[in-house]
Structure formats: C-alpha cells, structure tokens
Design a protein around this ligand. Structure first.
Ligand code: MV4
Length: 443
C-alpha cells in the first residue's frame, strides 16, 4: 500500500492521516466545498474536492469518491466512521475496482448489517441473547412471543442498528397499534420491513468489546469500553475498562466475541455491542464493522494504534502480536458544537482555542483558530481522552483538562460544562450510571 484515500472528514480523517504518514503511506484527502479549509485537507499530501456540502453529493456519493480514487491513483480507501464506512455496496465497488477497502469484506458487512442474521450467529456460538423472537415476526407471532416474555418489549428493525428503528411497547394494545407502523417505517427507512422483538431491559449499561482480526483467522480482543453516558443514541462519554465488569466476566465476554468473529471470518477492527443488566448479565446486541469514535480509550489503556492495525490487516499482514497488557483507566469526553440547554447544533467560527495538555492528556481534533465549523455535518469538535492509574485519577484529570479547555467564537457553543457536571456527579463517580443517566440528570 503506497497511498491511501481517506473517505471522510473532521477529526477521524485527521486521525487516519496521522497514522498513515507514520507508516510512510501517501495520503489523499477528499473534501466537500464546505471543507476546503479543513485540517484534513491541509494535512494530507493531496486534496480532491468531490462536490457540494450536502453529504449525499459528497461524502456519501460513491461515484464521486470512486472518481477521486481513480484520479488520485491511491491503492486503498479508509472509510473512517459514519458515511460509507459500513456500506457493503461501497466496500464491494472498491474491491471490484482492484483497490483495498480498509475494513471487513462486503459479505461480512452485509451479514452484521442484518441484525436478525447476526443474532442467529451469536446464538450459535453461545452468546447470550435477550429473550425475544427468534428471527423476524409477523403480527400473530409478535403477539404470541410478547405474551410469553411479558411487557415491556422493544420492536427493532432487522436492518436498523445504533438506535435507528427501535420502539418501546408497554402493553398488548400498544403492540397491536404500533407493530404495523414499525414495519412500515422500517420498510421506508431501510427498504426492509422485517422487525423482531425483545424483552425491554430496564436501565442497562452499554458495554462493547473491541476486536482486531486478520485475514488468517487470528482474532485479538482488546477488552471493553463502557458507553452508557449518551443522549438520543449519541454517545457523550466513554471509558475503558468498565469498573462494572469483573476480570472473569470480561474474559467470558471476550472469548465469546472471539468465537463470533472466527465464525463469520471477520477481518479488520470491529466492535461487539452488549447491554448489561443490573444483575450483571450481558446480552449481545449487534456488531459494528468500523473504527469507532471512542477507539482512543482502548488505544490508551492497551498501548496500541488501532488504525495502524486496520491498515496492516487490510494489506495482508498477520496479527502476529501478543495481547498487550491493560494499564489504568481512560475516559473520553466528546466536545460537541451544541447549545448546552437545547442540545441543538451551534456551528460557527473558532476565534479562541486553548487545548489542554500535560501528562495523560490526548486531544483528537480538527479545529484551529480561524476555522469555521460548517453546519452540514455532525457536531463533534474534539475528543478529550484522559488517562489515570485509577478511575478516580482519570476523572480528576478529565475535569482539570476540561477546565483548561477553551473554545469560543461567534455563534459557537459547546458542551464542555455538561461534561464537568457528569464527571462531578456521584452516580458517575460510583460507576452507577446507566443508559438513561443523562435524561435523568437533565430533569
Ligand atoms: C435495547 C434496550 C433495552 N432492551 N434492547 C439502542 C441501540 C441499539 N444498539 C440497542 N438499543 C437498545 N436496545 C433491549 N432489549 C435499550 C436500548 C437503548 C440503548 C442502548 C445502548 C445505548 C443507549 C440506548 C438508548 C436507548 C435505548
């Protein structure tokens, strides 16, 4: 691999470019007209404008990206997260053009994108599933399964995921009303009307296992991240390891995840998502076939560059390393351009920027003074990742770093104060937070 086209923008494009450069790989940025002055374009060896600001005409437009790939002569594509990163068609088109897609095969993306099929594989390898329907349901089957497992239940779209196409149902009357709607919505949103049902778990934690797997069947699991601090399926704070898991439970989850990955012939970096209930039981939810926003907390506690391994695996290298030892605790705060009260996006010009630093502090960002945050994309401005020998130290260091952090400019608001509130709360400090914590904090 001589050169790599980064089919993304923002902090993740910068993140990938940095590692590619260290590996001696030439980098090609693509950018929309709204991103002409973006950091990823400045850092890359070459930039190609691919279209107007709207994602559908730029970062989501396969033909335009394939043209840029052809023109640039790059021999590989890194898709980052979001956009086309888990699109099986895109992965297949890249492969068919003779280029390397840095990620799992189209077949694997297809399989894990189908939540019903993924659950079948999970069941086969012995991963625990939430009680529910085995496979998609029709009206009769849904009523039958629901009365057996009891309410509340959730209806989920087979082609959904990440919180898209999920609905809570409290009783049979509601199920009769909402099931047809849920099926129609799934058909419209995903072109696939299949839905399945599960028992609704009350106040679980969101815990996910990181994996790396090479083309030769070697699978390495790198512990978990806890991502329970979220709002409307947007994660806000993630940490590794989770203080909620015992070493025994961690090993059990990691072994099952490794078996799942071997079963589907997974390759690249990936994440298997679980919900963990108040008794400590874990349940498989879905697998994500991309590098995730929160990957740095795993990098910090395991001392490994996950993007480097994505690239090495994609170019056919063996994952010939021992599992690194985990050390200490890392916490990531996602700094977003949003109004602290309404959570509405608040883009604008960066006029003043002071990034925190010091021992145990990492900031992944594409911001610089004079940069204008465009309104067309997600509102992530920066990720603050702090390490500590203990969780308490990681929390204290995060609060100290948040106090140093200054981002301001006309129209630009951030959620820095929100992070200080969460990190200072008793629930978070005691590790008792769950997926509804932010909702409860805001009341
Ligand atoms: C659930 C659940 C409760 N019970 N499944 C949403 C994202 C998707 N990956 C799984 N999701 C959920 N599935 C059962 N059986 C609650 C959620 C959920 C959630 C999960 C993780 C993080 C945040 C969440 C917010 C709302 C609902």
């Amino acid at each position: 691999m001589q050169s790599l086209l980064i089919a993304n923008r923002g902090e993740i494009a910068v993140r990938v470019i940095r590692t590619a450069k260290e590996m001696g790989i030439r980098t090609i940025a693509i950018y929309s007209e709204a991103d002409a002055n973006s950091m990823h374009v400045k850092l890359a060896d070459k930039g190609i404008c691919i279209g107007p600001p709207e994602p559908s005409k730029s970062y989501l437009d396969t033909p335009r990206i394939m043209s840029a790939l052809e023109v640039s002569g790059a021999d590989a594509v890194h898709p980052g997260y979001g956009f086309l990163s888990e699109n099986p068609k895109f992965a297949e088109i890249v492969r068919a053009s003779g280029k390397i897609f840095v990620g799992p095969s189209a077949e694997t993306l297809e399989l894990i994108g189908d939540k019903v099929k993924a659950k079948e594989v999970a069941k086969k390898v012995g991963l625990p599933l939430v009680p529910g329907s085995d496979g998609p349901v029709d009206f009769q089957k849904a009523l039958e399964v629901a009365s057996k497992i009891g309410y509340p239940i959730v209806i989920k779209a087979a082609a959904g995921g990440g919180g898209r196409g999920i609905r809570v149902i409290n009783n049979e009357k509601e199920l009769r009303e909402k099931l047809p709607l849920a099926m129609q919505e799934a058909q419209v949103a995903f072109g696939d009307g299949r839905v399945y049902i599960e028992k609704y778990l009350i106040n679980p934690k969101h815990i996910e296992i990181q994996v790396l797997a090479d083309k030769y069947g070697k699978v390495l699991t790198l512990g978990e991240r806890e991502c329970s601090i979220q709002r409307r399926h947007q994660k806000l704070i993630e940490e590794a390891p989770s203080s909620y898991l015992t070493e025994e439970k961690r090993r059990e989850m990691e072994e099952l995840v490794a078996e799942f990955c071997r079963e589907i012939g997974y390759e690249g970096a990936g994440t298997v998502e679980f919900l963990v209930d108040q008794e400590g039981n874990f349940y498989f939810m879905e697998m994500n076939g991309r590098i995730q926003v929160e990957h740095p907390v795993t990098e910090i506690v395991y001392g490994i560059d996950l993007v480097e391994w994505q690239i090495r695996i994609a170019r056919g290298e063996k994952l010939n390393i021992q599992k690194p030892e985990r050390r200490g605790y890392a916490i990531e705060c996602r700094i977003n351009a949003e109004d602290p009260n309404t959570f509405l996006p608040s883009p604008g010009m960066v006029e003043e920027l002071y990034l925190p630093g010091g021992y145990g502090v990492r900031v992944d960002t594409h911001l610089y003074c004079g940069y204008s945050v465009p309104p067309y994309y997600d509102s992530l401005l920066a990720k603050l990742i702090c390490w500590g020998q203990t969780r308490e130290e990681a929390i204290k260091r995060s609060i100290r770093a948040l106090e140093e952090f200054r981002i301001s400019g006309s129209g630009l608001k951030t959620n820095i104060e929100f992070h200080k509130r969460v990190l200072s709360s008793r629930e978070f400090q005691q590790g008792k937070h769950h997926i509804r914590f932010v909702e409860e904090l805001m009341i």
